[in-house]
Design a protein around this ligand. Structure first.
Ligand code: AHR
Length: 507
């Protein structure tokens, strides 16, 4: 097999990779909010007004750009007025989607907004379309964003917050084809227009409204939402309509929805099936974009992947409704492959939110329910290694001589790559999806002088390696010395099942 080559024109910057594709998602589900973010003011776990300090600190380090809340399916059962005012007087409800447990609403609007302030992240609030009223959504926006003495602004003040908040992102429903109402596409498209109309810009706050989009490859859902715009785009720009973006959800698993596969015990076939399904996200984005292009050729309407990531069977012995799963090097590579696709689609994909930040699905952070110990997952480390891509310009990466395997009915290229440039720095991401073989990649770097480089690697001997309170650094990034000068640029060693980033200093 000849050496794999990655040709990169460093002087041809493409569209900006929004930092918001590195967004996160926190639902009232299992131990994400309660025990994950929120421990309460009286907790022995160190906290700032009830919010876990170690979780905030770890997330600040990866520069979380935005946080989606309160769901997910929970959002369409959530009535925001239950989550304001004195905590001991807040009404309770049943969280019917996730474990059928009683939710005491001690984490509500003020707690979420405070969390965003501590994280320095933009709030992305999911409004309730499934079981909420138009008035309820409209008043939530007023409560959050209005500065004068309107009824909702006055209520917010009475609850201790004088200044309005800034809320840039607003979700219009969630999975309306399923838990968000079991609606037909055309029916939801009409409702989305109605609800989005009343989610008004107030107090100088401009909302970017995201209509609940398709389930994975349901391109007809995207078509129906795009058809609902008032006009086709002309040379003047975007199609007119009351929302600015649509979402899509896509989860990766090696098995089926009935038996998704274990997070930590998998064979070679399951490895490649997982990688092939993760890599499919690129085709998915291309095809949704193609549908959108017909109505919006200038790509003004955003595509928001506001739920993505791995979904495995829950860890043995844990509540099936809590979606708690371990996170291995395999999850890390699923993340890196998604980011490569988001970078390639930077002209359409404006935001993405991994599901979910703490203790649920493909988490960044796992916390031990007994000791409270915090563990950073391999996925966390991919987010950390990719910070240089935030708001950088995408660079095309042309791969040559990449071996493939047949998996999940597709040809899976065994190297995934992307790159970006910002000022005098470039960042190249390289994932070796070969579970067993090391590979060398030549970076054929054109257009600008490379005056320095530094590489990092995320790898372990076992592709199922993961971090625990006893071994928190079983998978952690390290300096990578497998990079050498090459007549065309650099030669980079990629260990089997490894993620490597190469930072370039440009002259
Ligand atoms: O992320 C878990 C769930 O997955 C969300 O609540 C829902 O939107 C999706 O089906």
């Amino acid at each position: 097999m000849s050496t794999t080559t990655a040709v990169i024109d460093l002087d041809l910057p493409g569209p900006v990779i929004s930092r918001h594709v590195y967004g996160h998602f926190a639902e009232h589900l299992g131990r994400c909010i309660y025990g994950g973010f929120w421990v309460g003011e009286g907790s022995p776990v160190a906290n700032v007004r009830g919010l876990r300090s170690d979780v905030v600190e770890a997330l600040r380090a990866i520069r979380v750009p935005n946080l989606r809340w309160p769901g997910g399916c929970f959002a369409d059962d959530y009535h925001w007025r239950d989550g304001i005012g004195p905590r001991d007087q807040r009404p309770r409800m049943v969280n019917s989607h996730w474990g059928d447990v009683v939710e005491d609403n001690s984490f509500g609007t003020h707690e979420f907004m405070e969390l965003c302030e501590l994280l320095d992240a933009d709030p992305y609030v999911s409004g309730n379309v499934g079981s909420g009223t138009v008035q309820e959504m409209s008043e939530w926006v007023e409560y959050l964003t209005r500065g004068d003495d309107s009824p909702m602004a006055a209520l917010r003040r009475a609850n201790g917050r004088d200044e309005p908040w800034r809320v840039p992102f607003w979700g219009i429903g969630n999975e309306a084809w399923g838990c968000g109402g079991n609606l037909r596409a055309e029916q939801f498209a009409s409702l989305a227009r109605q609800y989005a109309t009343y989610a008004r810009n107030q107090g100088g706050n401009a909302l970017y409204r995201v209509a609940a989009g398709a389930n994975a490859d349901d391109y007809t859902w995207t078509e129906a939402l795009m058809r609902s715009f008032d006009s086709l785009a002309d040379d003047a720009g975007a199609p007119a309509g009351p929302f600015q973006a649509l979402s899509v959800h896509y989860y990766t698993m090696s098995g089926s929805w009935g038996d998704k596969g274990s997070a930590t015990r998998f064979d070679t076939d399951e490895w490649y099936t997982t990688m092939a399904k993760a890599a499919f996200v690129d085709e998915l984005l291309t095809r949704h974009s193609t549908v959108m292009d017909r109505y919006d050729p200038h790509r003004k309407v955003g595509l928001v992947v506001d739920e993505w990531g791995t979904w495995w069977n829950v860890e043995p012995g844990t509540n099936p409704g809590f979606l708690y799963q371990q996170n291995t090097l395999r999850d890390a590579l699923v993340a890196s492959v998604h980011f490569d696709a988001f970078h390639r689609h930077a002209d359409r994909v404006v935001m993405a939110n991994i599901a979910q930040t703490v203790n649920v699905l493909q988490a960044m952070i796992l916390t031990d329910p007994e000791s409270g110990a915090l563990v950073l997952t391999p996925t966390y480390h991919v987010f950390a290694m990719n910070v240089g891509h935030h708001d950088a310009n995408a660079l095309a990466v042309h791969l040559r001589d990449v071996p493939t395997v047949e998996a999940a009915g597709r040809e899976l290229p065994l190297v995934s790559a992307s790159a970006s440039v910002k000022d005098d720095a470039a960042l190249v991401s390289l994932s070796n999806l070969d579970v067993a073989r090391d590979r060398t990649v030549v970076l054929d770097l054109r257009g600008r002088d490379v005056v320095g480089h530094e590489a990092r690697v995320l790898v372990a001997a076992d592709p199922a390696a993961h971090n625990t309170p006893e071994a928190p650094d079983a998978v952690a990034p390290a300096a990578h010395d497998g990079v050498r000068p090459h007549p065309r640029g650099l030669e980079v060693d990629l260990p089997a099942h490894a993620y490597v980033t190469v930072s370039l200093a440009l002259g």
